[in-house]
Design a protein around this ligand. Structure first.
Ligand code: ATP
Length: 257
């Protein structure tokens, strides 16, 4: 079976994420794409993040209707004790323990996130551990993938190639890394844009789909610090106790990486 982990903050999950997952599923014949919201994303420690329970609930709603798209608790609050944050390397290793011998695992990621990989926790080990699928995103060039690799893995010509046009396609196979490039997904939407749109009280259906839009409305998410990131309903409060949320519905860590 071919499966992919698609990690992110998903604050909130949006139609861009769904389009990316579907495109990857088609191209790489993936049986499952696991959407893995991080309880404590190491790269977003400085900003308040909506409670894990809410983000997981929205991922569940966004993946309804396509049996290949699966919400995952791989980086739920139960699984961040070791370092205080969710490192992809730990998650990938833990996930692989449950795979069968013939299974093939991919790590699905947008080019904007991949460009930061040099600053991740043990990037060489992660690249050795799992094949990457890097997806294009408006405003970013897939040709920069080679140059973004950690120095020890970087092909010599990568820096020069990153300046050449047009954007790269295909595969980069190096000793210690296998990276597949996926062009053609050009959804302009971002979670930042959605949070701003919600704050202004505008409709979100076209950005997140009807179910997630309804959830955001019911829970009054993204309306501003006071109410937007709270746990309002009884069901969400139950989720809060299950996911050990901090008061105010936020997850925040004082630990820096
Ligand atoms: P924010 O605006 O808050 O930074 P985001 O929209 O980038 O959020 P994340 O949850 O941070 O969403 O992204 C999870 C993964 O999905 C990352 O690998 C990111 O690159 C990818 N991704 C998000 N939106 C798109 C998009 N429109 N096209 C391609 N990849 C995307």
């Amino acid at each position: 079976m071919n499966v992919a982990l698609f990690g992110g903050t998903f604050d909130p999950v949006h139609l861009g994420h769904v389009a990316v997952a579907r495109a990857a599923a088609e191209r790489f014949k993936l049986h499952c794409v696991y959407f893995v919201p991080a309880h404590v994303p190491p790269h977003k420690l400085a900003q308040p993040i909506t409670a894990f329970g809410h983000r997981y609930a929205m991922v569940t709603l966004a993946t309804i209707g396509d049996r290949r798209l699966v919400p995952s608790l791989l980086e739920s609050p139960e699984h961040h004790a070791e370092h205080g944050v969710n490192y992809s390397l730990d998650s990938v290793r833990r996930f692989k323990r449950g795979l069968d011998k013939g299974d093939r695992l991919y790590f699905l990621i947008g080019i904007d996130a991949f460009l930061e990989i040099g600053a991740w926790h043990e990037p060489e080990a992660l690249l050795r551990e799992v094949e990457f699928i890097v997806v294009g995103r408006p405003g970013f060039s897939l040709a920069e993938v080679g140059a973004a690799l950690p120095e020890s893995l970087r092909p010599p010509a990568a820096a020069a190639e990153s300046k050449r046009k047009p954007p790269a396609t295909g595969d980069i196979v190096l000793p210690g890394a296998a990276i597949h490039l996926l062009k053609g997904v050009a959804e302009k939407v971002s979670a930042t844009q959605i949070r701003d749109t919600a704050k202004d009280g505008r409709r979100l259906e076209k950005l997140v789909g009807p179910l997630v839009a309804e959830y955001i409305r019911k829970e009054e998410l993204y309306r501003g610090e006071a109410t937007g990131r709270s746990m309002k309903s009884a069901s969400a409060r139950r989720a809060a106790s299950h996911f050990q949320l901090l008061p105010g519905g936020k997850t925040r860590s004082s630990r820096q990486v």
